[in-house]
Design a protein around this ligand. Structure first.
Ligand code: SAM
Length: 381
């Protein structure tokens, strides 16, 4: 589900990086804005086919026709949340989503199917990260990481928790980073997808209360549905009030940008926590190298996730896909002390719990440590 939303820094074909960034922003705004119409158009195609069926079939399918009305209501409900997400976008001062001109919209053209899919994926991510319905999935993925952080960095007068700096690259909608910060650590989530960043900005900065909004995350899944009600089920968010910890100074932050580009400072972090992230790389070795460099001596890397390798089957994208045993070897060759792993952590990702088909990963959980300065001196002498 990684989004290759990476932008370049220099000029390309006479288009400045700023212009390119702005166009990228417009495309994402446009995808959010056109979600409703694109989804309703797809639904209309089904309705049209339904109307063409023989009359006795249509009679038998009257319940299904009623159901399609409910699907269309759900799309409208999702769109209401999208409107609110867009209302709070202020990335480019001169262009709030509502000020983007018709001409600009025409210039960039309609959203691609892939872009609409990313809007839908973001809606499902709201459930994973910020609803009661996502709690089981979160517990399987986030709790092992959080508990390991607490084991590695217990509150200690010599190193109080609020001096322990944790980085969560590829933070999605920010819940893992939020949970780490709410346990007293200083935590920064990092994310480069604007789809995610716009939605997390809304939840983290504009939702002051519990279960304020509802979405219908499974409405676009029309296959493997056991009961019609399951497809139109709503989920409420946020299940906790994000404002509860945001007031405390500097304890929690989200940083926008490519992990590989914005984290250059060596020996800066006590802990890097990655969840369903490392397989988003074109070159996973670059991720390992960066994590090693930015960890303080003695710092810990905690990881949980599969090796789905997001670019593996993407046309035109470079990718390497080393297996876990090869990756582990690379991690050790970088100098990490490999503390432990568990290669059978059952976990899922934005899984519809009522679907007749479910994906479960046997994720790998591992913990490794960058040697302390004295350990490094001993090993190099
Ligand atoms: C599969 S999602 C996991 C999100 C979250 N950690 C979770 O477990 O729900 C991976 C996330 O990493 C982000 N990502 C991928 N490559 C990135 C990079 N180089 N820098 C920052 N974020 C990146 C993607 O946009 C995506 O939101």
């Amino acid at each position: 589900m990684a989004e290759a939303d990476v932008r370049n820094n220099g000029d390309r074909n006479g288009v400045s990086a700023d212009e390119e960034e702005y166009r990228h922003f417009l495309r994402i705004i446009n995808a959010y804005k056109r979600y409703k119409i694109c989804s309703l158009n797809k639904l209309a195609k089904t309705e049209k086919y339904l109307c063409e069926l023989p009359e006795h079939h249509r009679e038998l399918l009257s319940g299904y026709k009623e159901h399609l009305y409910r699907v269309s209501d759900c799309i409208a409900r999702n769109d209401l949340v999208i409107q609110q997400i867009l209302q709070h976008v202020n990335m480019f001062e001169e262009a709030s989503p509502f000020q983007v001109s018709m001409r600009e919209e025409k210039d960039i053209g309609p959203p691609t199917l892939g872009e609409i899919d990313k809007v839908i994926a973001t809606i499902k991510q709201l459930v994973r990260d910020w609803s009661k319905d996502g709690e089981e999935e979160r517990n399987a993925c986030y709790l092992p990481i959080i508990e390991e952080i607490q084991r590695q960095f217990p509150d200690d007068p010599l190193r109080p928790k609020d001096e322990v700096k944790v980085l969560v690259p590829g933070a999605g909608l920010g819940r893992l980073a939020f949970e780490i910060a709410s346990r007293g650590y200083v935590c920064q989530g990092n994310e480069f997808s604007l789809f995610m960043l716009l939605a997390s900005n809304f939840v983290l900065n504009k939702c002051c209360g519990v279960n304020l909004h509802s979405i219908c995350p499974w409405v676009h899944q029309s296959i493997n549905v056991l009961k019609a009600d399951d497809q139109v089920k709503e989920a409420w968010f946020p299940d906790v009030n994000p404002a509860d910890i945001l007031c405390e100074d500097g304890q929690f932050s989200m940083a926008a940008g490519d992990f590989l580009e914005i984290y250059k400072e060596p020996d800066a972090w006590d802990c890097v926590a990655t969840c369903f992230f490392i397989d988003c790389a074109h070159n996973i070795v670059e991720f390992v190298e960066t994590i090693y460099r930015i960890l303080k001596p003695g710092g810990v890397w905690i990881n949980l996730g599969p090796l789905l390798y997001h670019f593996a089957d993407m046309r035109g994208e470079d990718s390497i896909e080393p297996s876990f045993d090869i990756l582990k070897d690379i991690i050790i060759k970088f100098g990490f002390e490999y503390l432990k792993d568990d290669t059978k952590v059952l976990s899922s990702y934005t899984q519809n719990p009522k679907s007749m088909m479910k994906y479960t990963y046997e994720s790998v959980f591992f913990v490794c440590r960058k040697p302390s300065e004295t350990e490094e001196m001993v090993s190099s002498s």
